[in-house]
Ligand binder design. Structure first.
Ligand code: URP
Ligand code: ZN
Ligand code: ZN
Ligand code: ZN
Length: 467
């Protein structure tokens, strides 16, 4: 039996256009859109009608960078696939692309199968995987080809974290050469981890152990240098490149220069770099530990370059890099030694709202909001137009958004499984009202109506920005 839902009277906003349109959903997909008040729309009937008058109707958010149930620094990210994807739904994100991990000495297959098992039956919204390469050798290079065929079409490598996820330039070059052949997209954590480790060792030896030294030792120029090197290696390999969690203005400049040359180089930043700063890392009484992530939060002066990059398309995507660790018992592992603070911030719930605040503040347009949060990540990672837009045939992943509601972000009210908010007390304008995931209402005006296991694994094609 077919089930139809009609979303009526809202302003439909996609990356391409804004129209007052009604949206007909049937069997989990968008069946049709028609101008509100038109004869066609007036003739539609449905079992369920959602009144979106005075609201925006948006494609569900695509968060292309999460770490659920992620092992780091001797502990695990505090959100698993159940709590993390539920929080995503609350925030209007209906697809997450998470990072499966190849551990050193193990195959990609083992890592990917472990992540399929972690997520299976738990997710409230749809999900896909990238693969972290920690051990590039002949056999893992061959396995990359198989993963691309299987729908895992992007591979993260680390120029940081020596002894953990780090790959040297030779391994990076080999992985890029392979990606050039198999159509995969290399995602780079661009920080010079070897140099950073020297600065960390020197800081700790001086007794500079507070969280703010996390930021000072992970120097902006060491992000820029690694970004430059990653670009040159990708040119030599003839491969495209996507640089994750860009925070330094000097790194944005490297990406802009590469794009000015017409290179297939892409960049992502995250809300924490746009809305938080090194001032948070310097908060007294070990509070700064709440803001330890890598790349680190930068002095406020860097933010203008990130906003500009988002406007000029030198940065294409805003993801969260959601990697939460509780303050109690997890961030606290680094008391007296900032290098032991697990790296990562919670944020999967707040990306759509914070970026709407950026619209309100005049940093980006409404359509650019949807571009960087929905359409571009879907295209970048081979999910478009199934995800990332509202068009006939697309999955009915849809958000009814109240642009006038005012809310205060807080750990007391958020749904992420973490005991603090990086945005505690911040007031934002705009709020998710209703969320559909493949046609099913998962958030209904402040009530969670989804269920673990509704979300399905979604294999991806290769990057759709490449010919
Ligand atoms: O601090 C961060 N970003 N933690 C997650 C791992 C990574 O490098 O993305
Ligand atoms: Zn093994
Ligand atoms: Zn990273
Ligand atoms: Zn990450």
């Amino acid at each position: 039996m077919s089930t139809r839902t009609l979303v009526r009277g809202g302003l439909v906003v996609t990356a391409a256009e804004e129209t007052h349109a009604d949206v007909l959903v049937e069997d989990g997909r968008i069946a049709a859109l028609a101008a509100h008040g038109s004869e066609a729309a007036a003739a539609w009937t449905a079992e369920r009608v959602i009144d979106a008058t005075g609201r925006y109707v948006l494609p569900g958010g695509v968060d292309a960078h999460t770490h659920l149930d992620f092992p780091f620094g001797g502990t695990f990210a505090s959100d698993d696939f159940e709590s993390g994807t539920r929080a995503a739904a609350w925030g209007g994100t209906t697809t997450v692309v998470d990072f499966a991990v190849q551990s050193v000495g193990h195959t990609l297959r083992e890592g990917l199968d472990a992540w399929y098992a972690k997520a299976d039956g738990k997710c409230a919204v749809d999900y896909a995987f990238h693969m972290i390469l920690s051990d590039v050798d002949g056999s893992s290079l061959k396995e990359m080809d198989l993963l691309v065929e299987e729908g895992v079409t992007s591979f993260k490598l680390f120029m940081a974290y020596p002894g953990v996820f780090y790959s040297d330039d030779g391994r990076i070059l080999r992985a890029m050469q392979r990606a050039a052949l198999n159509g995969g997209l290399v995602m780079m954590h661009a920080e010079n981890g070897i140099a950073i480790d020297v600065l960390v060792e020197q800081a700790l030896a001086r007794g500079d152990t507070d969280p703010r030294f996390h930021g000072e030792t992970r120097h902006a120029l060491l992000e820029a240098e690694a970004t430059h090197r990653a670009v040159q290696l990708s040119r030599v390999a003839g491969a495209p490149l996507y640089v994750v969690h860009v925070s330094a203005r000097e790194a944005v400049a490297e990406l802009a220069a590469a794009r000015d040359l017409g290179l297939p180089v892409f960049g992502e930043t995250c809300p924490q770099y746009l809305f938080l700063s090194a001032d948070n890392l310097a908060e007294p009484g070990f509070e700064g530990a709440k803001y330890v992530c890598s790349t680190p939060l930068r002095p406020r002066e860097h933010q203008a370059a990130l906003w500009r990059g988002l406007r000029t398309d030198d940065l294409q995507v805003v993801s969260t890099d959601h990697c939460p660790f509780c303050f109690r018992g997890q961030k606290e592992l680094g008391r007296g030694d900032f290098s032991r603070i697990p790296n990562g911030l919670p944020g999967v719930e707040h990306r759509m709202d914070l970026l709407h605040q950026a619209v309100v503040d005049g940093h980006i347009s409404r359509r650019r909001w949807i571009e960087i949060a929905c359409a571009a990540p879907a295209r970048m990672f081979g999910l478009y137009p199934k995800k990332g837009t509202l068009a006939p045939g697309s999955d009915a992943d849809l958000v009814v958004y109240d642009p006038a509601a005012v809310q205060t972000l807080s750990a007391r009210t958020h749904h992420m499984n973490v005991d603090y908010s990086a945005y505690e007390g911040r007031t934002v304008t705009g709020r998710v009202e209703t969320v559909l995931s493949r046609g099913r209402v998962v958030i209904d005006r402040g009530i969670y109506t989804g269920r673990a296991g509704h979300g399905v694994y979604t294999p991806r094609s290769t990057c759709q920005y490449l010919g």
